[in-house]
Ligand binder design. Structure first.
Ligand code: ZN
Length: 375
């Protein structure tokens, strides 16, 4: 590819087929099949959702206009930036012995250790490409996801904390001083929060459905401690929140927080399970809503860090709709309209609840009071 062609490709994309081969067994959503009452089913962490997102991109005119980034496996030292050695070795040995349960709801299959390294390394490679100036922004469609992974325990389908490791890598490797992480997955980003709980150099913001998962974290009062106090923003929204509630959250809290913090790089934990037809989440987002959120973080990145932005895939369980959310995000990131319409959009726009309701505004106001602690 010549230089001119490269310059036209502003947006990177990461995918590897092995991400879909990480085998999480046959639970019904996340409840293990038991041969008695719970029939074996498609795992909640369904690889086909992600593959369909990738495939819709290939079916669109966007595919050839993306800068395709080859993921590399994260090194052991990278994983140790966030996780303990004991945990790493436990995953390694489970994976090498054919797989098993890391923790309830978090499964390891054969070779899952290597796939998890490639998942983390995919996000790191996307960040490298942005910092090296090859591209302006990127989406890493990786699996297994990472935002629930605690330093010493996998949780909620997450093995290694892809986004937290990447944030640490950016600071250690490139000398970046401040990184912001925005998590719009419908679940609370508890692993990411834990990694930076007392760190004022990483601003973590999680917008999630109140007490969806985990149910004992993600409260607005949990805002970090010691030097990190004020640099962890939890915005729990009531179940049923629609696109106007998300827009208000970004306009009134997320973007002002990013502007105040002025990061050198923005990472987004892009779970797409706040979509209205998700089997697990109870929110009412749609593709135009994701377009809006993407535009908001892009504008914040333009203001603070020359547009440097990487989105890292997390949850999202609706096979039919997630690909259209993904396409909307990719169109926004790249500035290229494919002309493909989301066939679900009109129906979801017409659902009751697509308005900002008073109890949602009061949840946003409560989170807005934290802005004073961000500096
Ligand atoms: Zn999620």
């Amino acid at each position: 590819m010549n230089d001119t062609a490269m310059q036209n490709k502003n947006t990177g994309f990461v995918w590897h087929e092995s991400y879909a081969w990480h085998d999480t067994g046959t639970p019904a959503l996340f409840v293990p099949a038991d041969g008695k009452t719970v029939q074996p089913d498609i795992s909640g962490d369904d690889p086909e959702v992600k593959r369909r997102f990738r495939n819709l991109l290939e079916m669109s005119s966007l595919w050839d206009k993306l800068h395709h980034i080859k993921p590399r496996p994260a090194a052991e030292e990278d994983i140790l930036r966030v996780h303990g050695r004991g945990y790493l070795e436990r995953v390694q040995s489970l994976s090498r012995s054919g797989g098993g349960e890391i923790s309830p709801m978090t499964m390891c299959g054969p070779n899952s250790y290597e796939i998890a390294l490639l998942s983390t390394g995919g996000v790191m490679a996307a960040a490298d490409a942005v910092l090296e100036g090859n591209i302006r922004n990127a989406y890493a469609l990786v699996r297994p996801p990472g935002h629930h992974a605690m330093p010493d325990e996998g949780q909620g389908s997450c093995i290694f904390s892809n986004i937290a490791i990447t944030a640490r890598y950016l600071m250690d490797q490139y000398g970046l001083e401040r990184v912001a992480i925005v998590d719009w997955d419908v679940h609370h980003g508890n692993g990411t929060e834990a990694a930076f709980w007392s760190d004022p150099n990483v601003l973590t913001i999680s917008i999630h459905q109140d007490r969806c998962f985990p149910q004992d974290r993600g409260f607005v009062e949990q805002c970090g401690e010691d030097d990190g106090e004020g640099f962890n923003l939890n915005i729990p929204l009531p179940p049923g929140s629609g696109v106007p509630a998300y827009q208000a959250t970004f306009d009134q809290v997320v973007v002002p927080a990013l502007d105040r913090f002025s990061p050198d790089f923005i990472l987004v934990a892009s779970g797409l399970d706040a979509g209205a037809l998700d089997p697990i989440g109870r929110m009412l987002m749609h593709s135009d809503g994701y377009r809006y959120l993407t535009e908001a973080v892009m504008a914040a990145a333009d203001t603070s860090c020359d547009g440097r932005l990487v989105l890292c895939h997390e949850g999202g369980y609706s096979r039919a709709t997630v690909p259209f959310y993904g396409l909307a995000i990719m169109e926004q990131l790249s500035g290229i309209n494919t002309g493909i319409e989301d066939p679900f959009l009109e129906m979801v726009q017409g659902f009751g609840g697509q308005e900002l309701l008073p109890h949602q505004q009061s949840a946003i106001d409560k989170a807005g009071q934290l802005l004073g602690g961000v500096r």
